[in-house]
Ligand binder design. Structure first.
Ligand SMILES: [Fe+2]
Ligand SMILES: [Fe+2]
Length: 475
């Protein structure tokens, strides 16, 4: 094979063809990426023609193209939002200094760690979701799954670009390691716990894209404030794609809820057993999956008190969500923040220096945002005239990280005994039996315009195509 022309093969707006060293580094990395995609990408899918969008520029009015693509041929590009030459660091100890176009030596290790941790989540989710194409409830849904998967692949490219471009040999080694770790592997797992969980069925997938891709949104928003300008610019563009991932989750759950309500009304029942017998997912099971995914995802924000979080902020590496819109001093030295603690077997509020609580600040912003979509699901239930309501569990429920780790707390926020926890566990979190039931519904539906019984069709198709469009062609 002749040498690949990377300036053509990898769509980019970073003048790749003018940087031979970087081009060579990416030439070495790309075959490894494609091998990883073959091994760990969507199962059995390499010959399918999938109606995908591909990012082709950063122009807000037309950044993507739609068309049939075989996924291994997807043009994983490198796009950074346009540079603002006047941009200043707008928080922390370097406030008011020009944004960095290169990595400052003293922040090199921390920046690398931030980029690697973000980068690791991208291929991890593809690995977690790799079998779902085999049980897609429709061609429309299968296409959305693959769209999310190829874009997570592009997000990996985005982080690998930064590692190769700005971190020399260490960066290249980290880029290799990103292809070597595997979700759920006992010996070489992905970095963060939620990315080592299984995503075995489509209810899990939609919960994951609603809750866990939204964690991605908040992390990317915090990094989009970074004083390291290339990181800020690349994460800003990643957010453009991320919106669709959360849409897939929100609309997916909404359609499941809609189908369940239809079945409940047809049968005039709120008995979960009858709903299940009719082939729909009872609202109680949906609530338990919600409890699981919410609690596992809020752990991703890290310990509630963290000196790393303070360092990342004060050194200008990672801001708060919407840092630029906040009106405080952006230094936070004397500020405090309330978080939860345990005292005498009860949850109490405790005031701590805000700089140390920045993980909690981001977690609380995330919680506010994720509650909004749950209210939209409740509108569907309300419209159907059913009194059940979904809700996010208390922040202290089922936590594994920080002060609240391992504490036994009910979804309502009451500290309970070990015995009470055990007695209620299967009401609060998906049981093996729940998971087996949901698994029993999964089966591939590939006739255009047809949908599995447990999920309603979407309101409209992708890119103004009809719902019965042939979103995936099998070869
Ligand atoms: Fe991503
Ligand atoms: Fe995503």
């Amino acid at each position: 094979m002749s040498t690949v022309n990377y300036s053509e093969k990898i769509p980019n707006n970073v003048n790749l063809s003018e940087d031979r060293t970087l081009q060579r580094a990416l030439e070495h990395w790309q075959p490894g990426f494609l091998n990883w995609w073959q091994d760990m990408g969507p199962d059995g899918s390499t010959a399918y023609d999938v109606y995908l969008r591909t990012a082709v520029s950063v122009d807000p009015s037309g950044w993507a193209q739609f068309g049939y693509v075989k996924m291994p041929d997807y043009r994983w590009g490198i796009f950074l939002n346009p540079a603002d030459k006047e941009r200043k660091i707008h928080f922390g100890d370097h406030l008011g200094e020009p944004a960095w176009q290169d990595v400052p030596g003293e922040h090199r290790a921390n920046l690398r760690r931030i980029i690697v941790t973000q980068g690791d989540t991208e291929p991890a989710s593809v690995e977690q979701q790799r079998h779902l194409g085999l049980t897609a409830p429709s061609l429309y849904d299968m296409r959305n799954l693959f769209q999310v998967n190829v874009e997570e692949g592009r997000h990996l490219w985005a982080m690998v670009y930064l590692l190769h471009r700005y971190f020399g040999r260490d960066g290249r080694e980290e880029a290799e390691a990103l292809l070597e770790r595997r979700s759920g592997d006992a010996n070489n797992p992905r970095i963060l716990a939620a990315f080592n969980e299984k995503t075995p069925d489509w209810l899990s997938f939609f919960m994951f894209t609603y809750f866990t891709d939204r964690d991605g949104k908040f992390q990317l928003c915090a990094l989009a404030e970074s004083g390291f300008d290339p990181l800020a610019r690349t994460t800003k563009f990643m957010l453009t794609e991320e919106a669709h991932h959360m849409f897939v989750g929100e609309s997916g759950i909404s359609r499941i809820v809609q189908r369940t309500c239809e079945v409940m009304n047809q049968l005039k029942t709120d008995d979960p057993a009858k709903v299940r017998a009719a082939g729909a997912i009872d609202l109680q099971t949906i609530q338990r999956y919600l409890n699981f995914h919410f609690s596992v995802t809020i752990d991703l924000f890290g310990a509630d008190q963290s000196s790393n979080a303070a360092t990342f902020y004060s050194s200008g590496l990672k801001g708060r969500f919407e840092e630029g819109k906040r009106t405080d001093d952006h230094l936070l030295k004397g500020a405090s923040y309330k978080l939860l603690d345990v005292s005498g077997g009860a949850l109490v509020e405790k005031e701590v220096p805000m700089l140390n609580a920045l993980n909690e600040v981001l977690r609380d912003d995330y919680i506010k945002d994720s509650v909004a979509g749950v209210q939209r699901w409740n509108k569907v239930i309300e419209k159907a005239g059913i009194s059940f309501r979904l809700k996010v569990p208390h922040k202290a429920f089922h936590r594994q990280i920080g002060t609240l780790a391992g504490l036994k707390v009910s979804p309502e926020g009451n500290v309970v005994s070990e015995a009470e926890w055990n007695a209620h566990r299967d009401e609060w979190l998906p049981s093996d039996e729940d998971r087996a039931f949901v698994a029993s519904l999964m089966g591939r539906v590939i006739e255009p315009g047809k949908f599995a019984h447990w999920i309603a069709p979407p309101a409209m198709g992708i890119n103004r195509q009809p719902i019965d469009f042939e979103y995936v062609r099998f070869n």
